[in-house]
Design a protein around this ligand. Structure first.
Ligand code: CP
Length: 304
């Protein structure tokens, strides 16, 4: 595998190997501290980010490498009209691997076709976010000790939430996975995810707009924010943005070992009182993101 554009680029065995390496990095960070000496990661972020960009940069630094890049397309020659394809060919002259976020769906794939160095999709529009999914898989593997036999509630903006699309795609490959898809009518999961992923793989799922309806069955509750930047209409966003606010009362019937996840950033969809609950895993999840990205950088650079 040269690039990571879609979570489906990775086989289950490759994901298992990445998780194994990430766990080893957590246990033995010093063993990895010079693995990427003299290597450079370029982070090209044409859209805002905190976790993905900074965890990639921290990951490369903890591997002993260096980082170049931009966090705002306006500060790059994109603002003068340079194409993604030209930018990538140039940045490939200065770096060994590129992590790229772009508002246009498919832009990282186009970049990969032109690039001489590995490209990692760090999020493309409302489409995919495979390194968030790897982060989520490592979180589930560490917090639940398994990736199968799970009932997963996914709540919020299931229409535009790219993390949700990648997570459902990834988890549908494991045994006995059930989904409870919780969203307002306007933000339901796209038909193509239902038809091409869930139904094709015979995955059991229900759709509901009630967050408490199946709370007692859930092993994982994956909250998401309403994706303001993907709405065409401010009025619709304002009407839907606070549709779900998870608080302690709503968790009354939840399992004691429920794992509450969120790719972050959070807006209002989880009350801060939940942060104190042992079941809140979202800040740990952000930390796991650095370790799995370290493992991914090593894999793509073919460093063992
Ligand atoms: N989860 C995630 O992608 O966060 P950022 O947008 O801050 O990178």
């Amino acid at each position: 595998m040269k690039n990571l554009i879609d979570i489906k680029d990775l086989s289950i065995e490759e994901i298992e190997e990445l998780i194994k390496v990430a766990k080893d990095i957590m246990q033995n960070p010093e063993k990895y501290s010079e693995k990427c000496k003299y290597k450079k990661l370029a982070t090209l972020f044409f859209e805002p980010s905190t976790r993905t960009r900074l965890s990639f940069e921290a990951a490369m630094m903890e591997l002993g490498g260096n980082v170049i890049g931009f966090s705002d397309a306006q500060s790059s020659s994109t603002s003068k009209g340079e194409s993604v394809s030209d930018t990538i060919q140039v940045v490939g002259c200065y770096s060994d691997i590129i992590a790229m976020r772009h508002p246009k769906e498919g832009a990282p794939l186009v970049a990969a076709m032109k690039s001489t160095v590995p490209i990692i999709n760090a999020g493309d529009g409302g489409h995919n976010h495979p390194t968030q999914t790897l982060t989520d898989l490592l979180t589930i593997a560490c917090e639940k000790n398994r990736l199968d036999n799970l009932t997963i509630g996914v709540c919020g903006d299931l229409k535009f939430g790219r993390t949700v699309h990648s997570l459902i795609t990834a988890m549908s490959r494991y045994k006995n996975i059930k989904f409870v898809l919780i969203s307002p009518e306007e933000l339901k999961i796209p038909e193509y995810i239902k038809e091409e992923i869930l139904e094709k793989n015979n995955i059991e799922y229900i759709e509901t707009n009630d967050i408490e309806e199946k709370m007692e069955n859930l092993d994982i509750l994956y909250m998401t924010r309403v994706q303001k930047e993907r709405f065409f209409n401010e009025e619709d966003y304002l009407r839907l943005k606070d549709y779900y606010i998870l608080n302690i009362n709503k968790l009354e019937k939840a399992k004691k070992d429920l794992c509450i996840m969120h790719p972050l950033p959070r807006v209002n969809e989880i009350a801060t009182e939940v942060d104190e609950d042992d079941r809140a895993c979202y800040f740990k999840q952000a930390k796991y993101g650095k370790y799995i990205r370290m493992a991914l950088i090593l894999k793509l650079l073919k460093i063992s």
